[in-house]
Design a protein around this ligand. Structure first.
Ligand code: MN
Length: 147
């Protein structure tokens, strides 16, 4: 069965609910999530669209599964351990397995990106105090990460 979805207003798609980024937690800020394609549709992965509002950030985390990210709007910076990179629309970011990562918005426009992730993925893990200490020793990282 095929499915096609029209774009709605702005960075929304018709009949795709706007969901919270995560059900619980206070380790992120101003993040919304839309599930565009789910792995139940004969796909191995989920395709999600995330938006991080001005001043916002995603969780500092890592996990076994990888991410493939395509930036669609706004400006931001992303930590993919050990590097922090500037990102803008159409930039691509690969987050390898077990790599610490966090996205932050720069400026007044939300940072919006598509993100592919395995349907049977493991749960994200946050750094332990020792892992955080180690991560903060990398150049620029102490001033970047938000927990
Ligand atoms: Mn992640």
């Amino acid at each position: 069965m095929s499915r096609s979805v029209r774009r709605g207003e702005g960075f929304r798609w018709e009949d795709v609910p706007l969901e919270p980024y995560k059900e619980t937690g206070n380790d992120f800020r101003e993040v919304s999530r839309q599930l565009l394609f789910g792995h139940g549709e004969g796909l191995a992965s989920d395709l999600r669209y995330f938006e991080v509002g001005p001043g916002g950030h995603t969780t500092l985390e890592r996990h076994e599964h990888a991410h493939a990210v395509v930036v669609l709007r706004g400006r931001g910076r992303v930590l993919v351990d050990p590097e922090i990179r500037e990102i803008r629309p159409f930039d691509l970011v690969h987050v390898p397995s077990l790599t610490w990562h966090q996205f932050r918005t720069t400026g007044d426009e939300p940072l919006g990106f598509l993100c592919v992730a395995d349907g049977g993925r493991d749960r994200p893990r946050r750094p332990t105090p020792i892992e955080l200490e180690e991560l903060r020793r990398r150049p620029g990282v102490a001033g970047f990460v938000r927990i």
